[in-house]
Design a protein around this ligand. Structure first.
Ligand code: HEM
Length: 338
């Protein structure tokens, strides 16, 4: 995480110096690349270049899926031989073959690594999964972690930077904290729990702009929910922005960026703590939450201690839902080297 974030700091420094002080940078593209780089290294260890290839196909697939996500709930729709469905099937097949190729190379070389692919391989072995199902198990897990851990972290980082660009006071407060906690050292795991204002800022940003906008569940049996009877088998989608910005729960400034509300944790920030769930809730809560929070803290620590941010006149506010809440027109910020 530190290595990839440092590469980004160096690249922005170079761009800023080449334009003489302040650069107008579209940060979403760069931060997506960084997030892809980090998850590729975590997932595929020394094979991470192959991971990046898989990624770019995964992105094409995600665009096709999110484009018509509402159609996907119509039974049978995805089986029709439309141009889009055929393209999705072709991409799915290519991704599967690429993941299995990395797996086979590793098995052939009798190599063991400390990456996620190794954990999935070991998991398949220790759970005695049927031989013919092992490939599905490996491919599905790799695809799932990629999708879950890439765009979400990138979106979260850019929305946080945008909110900080609009709030010079919080930007200064976080910068002061970083210099007190880290001094001139690079951040490491030991400093992460010490970052209080930064944690409050991340909590507030994931409240206002939860990257994973919808939590989905299925009623496994008929149930009563308030005054509603939910029949067995019905899909239930919860829209996080509505829960996260309800003034009855968060107070009259529910739609404002106010990290101070998290000064005493979630309990102090709202009346019903269980409605705050940027990482989901219950047994299926985000598996990568500690990973994502570490990544956000390390990236933001390095960026905020090296640069100051303000919103560019080119920025167009256009949040769009593509499985993840993203800035449709990108995120232009004015960035100055400190
Ligand atoms: C800021 C970044 C992230 C956000 C906001 C986020 C949010 C979420 C949410 C809302 C869910 C659904 C939970 C539920 O249904 O209750 C989820 C599931 C999941 N996330 Fe994340 N996530 C992030 C980063 C990551 C990362 C970096 C990884 C992997 C390294 C990851 C792996 C997963 C997995 C595997 C699941 C499925 C868990 C299951 O179904 O048991 N996530 N995430």
């Amino acid at each position: 995480m530190v290595e990839s974030s440092t590469t980004l700091v160096n690249s922005w420094t170079h761009r800023i110096e080449s334009v003489g002080g302040v650069a107008d940078i579209e940060i979403f593209k760069d931060i997506r690349k960084l997030s892809g780089d980090i998850i590729s290294k975590a997932c595929f260890g020394s094979n991470y270049f192959k991971g990046e290839e898989i990624f770019s196909k995964r992105n094409d697939l995600q665009e096709l899926v999110s484009d018509k996500i509402l159609l996907s709930v119509i039974p049978g729709m995805r089986y029709l031989p439309t141009k889009r469905n055929r393209k999705m099937r072709r991409l799915g097949k290519e991704i599967r073959e690429m993941i299995l190729k990395v797996e086979n190379e590793r098995l052939k070389d009798h190599r063991t690594e400390t990456d996620m692919l190794q954990m999935v391989l070991d998991g398949a072995k220790s759970n005695h999964i049927d031989h013919e199902k092992i490939d599905d198990f490996i491919v599905d897990n790799c695809k799932n972690i990629y999708l879950a851990g890439y765009e979400t972290s990138a979106a979260s980082a850019v929305w946080t930077l945008m909110l900080l660009a609009l709030s010079p006071e919080w930007q200064a407060r976080v910068r002061t904290e970083i210099s007190e906690v880290c001094g001139r050292e690079l951040p490491d795991a030991s400093i992460l729990p010490k970052m209080k204002p930064l944690t409050m800022v991340i909590n507030e940003s994931t409240r206002l702009r939860p990257p994973a906008t919808i939590l989905a569940r299925e009623a496994l049996q008929e149930m009563k929910f308030g005054g509603l009877i939910i029949p067995k088998g019905v899909g239930i989608w919860t829209f996080l922005p509505m829960l996260h910005q309800d003034p009855e729960i968060w107070g009259p400034d529910a739609d404002k960026f106010n990290p101070g509300r998290f000064a005493n944790g979630v309990t102090g920030a709202c009346k019903l703590t269980h409605v705050y769930m940027p990482f989901g809730a219950g047994p299926r809560v985000c598996l990568g939450m500690p990973f994502a929070l570490a990544e956000l803290k390390i990236l933001l620590t390095l960026l905020i201690s090296n640069f100051s941010f303000s919103v560019s006149p080119k920025y167009q506010h256009s949040p769009v839902f593509r499985l993840v809440l993203e800035p449709k027109q990108g995120m232009n910020l004015l960035i100055k080297r400190l």
